[in-house]
Design a protein around this ligand. Structure first.
Ligand code: AMP
Ligand code: ZN
Length: 112
């Protein structure tokens, strides 16, 4: 059993509210939402953080990045959304499986 909580979510060992999935990635609601809509998008491949991504991850991360606006639109974020990637402890990363935050809501988000 993996000790990575997002790998365990991918394996179905920890429940999540999935909103999108394909062969490359899974998106699910953040358990502690910091905006009216707060979803995490993770590659199925375990990559510790953006700092550990390699040259050969470029195509995968390109596909994940390009999926973000489609996922945001499906979530009803027609006016736009914010994307955050926290990298390393200094960047506020708490879960060490690369993930993109999608944040949005009916109103404009406050500047962060
Ligand atoms: P970060 O600080 O960028 O590593 O963000 C980790 C995010 O994962 C936080 O916003 C947490 O609320 C979220 N999180 C932690 N555990 C779970 C879980 N089991 N299901 C959904 N989201 C989670
Ligand atoms: Zn993982």
């Amino acid at each position: 059993m993996s000790d990575c909580i997002f790998c365990r979510i991918l394996a179905g060992e920890i429940p999540s509210q999935r909103v999108y999935e394909d062969e490359d990635m899974v998106a699910f609601h953040d358990i502690h939402p910091k905006a009216p809509v707060h979803v995490l998008v993770i590659p199925r491949k375990h990559i510790h953080s953006l700092a550990e991504a390699g040259e050969d991850d470029g195509a995968l991360l390109g596909r994940v990045t390009l999926a973000l606006p489609r996922i945001a639109k499906e979530l009803g974020l027609t006016q736009g959304f914010r994307t955050i990637i926290n990298t390393g402890s200094g960047g506020g990363q708490e879960v060490f499986h690369l993930h993109y935050h999608i944040l949005g809501g009916p109103a404009r988000l406050p500047f962060a």
